[in-house]
Design a protein around this ligand. Structure first.
Ligand SMILES: Nc1ncnc2c1ncn2[C@@H]1O[C@H](COP(=O)(O)OP(=O)(O)OP(=O)(O)O)[C@@H](O)[C@H]1O
Ligand SMILES: [Mg+2]
Length: 337
């Protein structure tokens, strides 16, 4: 654990704290932690491996997008996954979450085979966000979070039809949780706003709230800061620490190496579908193979990039311009490549 969620963020240091963009409020964190402790998927505190892949390969026609990727996420860990465009990062998430069936290899959650169905993966306790944001654009922020919450709502058909007391209690609890989650990600003021009207960075935070509504024990974030400014990026870093402190283990794909190196306990570098290097941020930052193979620029130039935290020079996907989700929530896409 490199840092606590309660530490002041850079923007607070500069006296520029935006309303609701700082560290999640302590009372909301405490209440959420209490609520999530009762979830069936909750962390056991064993600190052993929770999500693992063994020799996962994914072949599309003649293209080997992933080659024998083996990894292990421990409870309470934040792992960063970096690599150039097309390295296979999103494909790996798709294999972990049942969207793709790996050509070979195995994915396990607490030692059990991962279901090959995204809905059942969510039920088992693995939630994710998407590189291309997937919200329901014509639903409010609250309604989007409620969609995530429905995974955990157990209703008998009769109670649902009659809107009986159990149904009403369950709906009230879901609404209460949605409100807490919106406060947690700093979006309370947008609770009744349509998702499509939210600023781009806030849509990404809303997607995180919806993912958290499913009571995950593992959260996979695909480029959570793409298109965000420096303040939003810092707030997202603090948010991920707070998510980890709720007992959720996290894997983050990101091109912004400064973000990754200051957030993660361990960093994995994927190059052309292969896990090239794995280690602490310091080990990865200083590894000559990363410098040579990952960024593909003269070593001194690459070293300077890694030190300053700039992304790869050839990184057109780091901002919204190359991301279809850049136009607000008009894109609840059905497939992710
Ligand atoms: N459904 C698919 N069908 C065919 N090829 C695919 C599919 N999904 C991914 N690929 C290919 O697999 C490779 C890895 O793509 P992937 O999207 O996983 O890379 P990435 O590391 O996430 O890149 P980026 O940083 O640009 O998001 C690419 O060559 C991509 O074109
Ligand atoms: Mg990707």
């Amino acid at each position: 654990m490199s840092e606590r969620a309660s530490e002041p963020s850079a923007q607070e240091d500069q006296g520029e704290t935006l309303p609701e963009l700082a560290t999640p409020p302590e009372e909301v964190v405490a209440e959420l932690a209490e609520d999530m402790r009762d979830a069936p998927t909750t962390a056991t505190g064993a600190r052993g491996p929770i999500l693992e892949s063994a020799g996962v390969s994914m072949v599309f026609g003649g293209l080997r997008a992933l080659n024998e990727v083996t990894f292990s996420l421990k409870e309470g860990e934040i792992i960063g996954l970096i690599g150039p465009n097309g390295a296979g990062k999103t494909t790996f998430f798709n294999c972990l979450t049942g969207l793709y069936t790996p050509t070979s290899g195995a994915v396990t959650l607490r030692g059990r085979p991962m279901p090959q169905d995204p809905a059942r993966v969510t039920e088992a306790g693995v939630a994710r966000t998407f590189q291309n944001i997937r919200l329901f654009p014509s639903m409010t922020a609250t309604e989007n979070v409620l969609v995530g919450r429905h995974v955990r709502m157990k209703q008998g058909p009769i109670s649902s039809l009659l809107h009986g007391p159990r149904f009403r209690r369950s709906e009230a609890e879901a609404l209460d949780r949605a409100e807490k989650l919106l406060a947690f990600v700093g979006l309370s003021r947008f609770s009744d706003e349509l998702a499509r009207n939210l600023p781009y960075g806030d849509q990404r935070r809303l997607e995180i709230a919806r993912a958290l509504a499913t009571d995950p024990s593992v959260l996979l974030l695909d480029e959570p800061t793409a298109g965000m400014n420096a303040q939003e990026t810092e707030a997202t870093r603090q948010l991920i620490f707070a998510i980890r402190d709720l007992g959720v283990s996290v894997v983050v794909i990101e091109h912004d190496t400064k973000f990754i190196f200051t957030l993660c306990d361990r960093v994995l570098v994927l190059v052309q579908g292969e896990l090239l290097v794995e280690g602490s941020p310091d080990e990865v930052r200083g590894d000559p193979r990363v410098v040579e193979a990952y960024l593909g620029a003269p070593p001194d130039e690459v070293e300077a990039q890694l030190q300053t935290g700039a992304g790869p020079a050839s990184d057109p996907a780091a901002g919204p311009a190359s991301d279809p989700a850049a136009s607000p929530a008009s894109d609840a896409v059905e497939s992710e490549s």
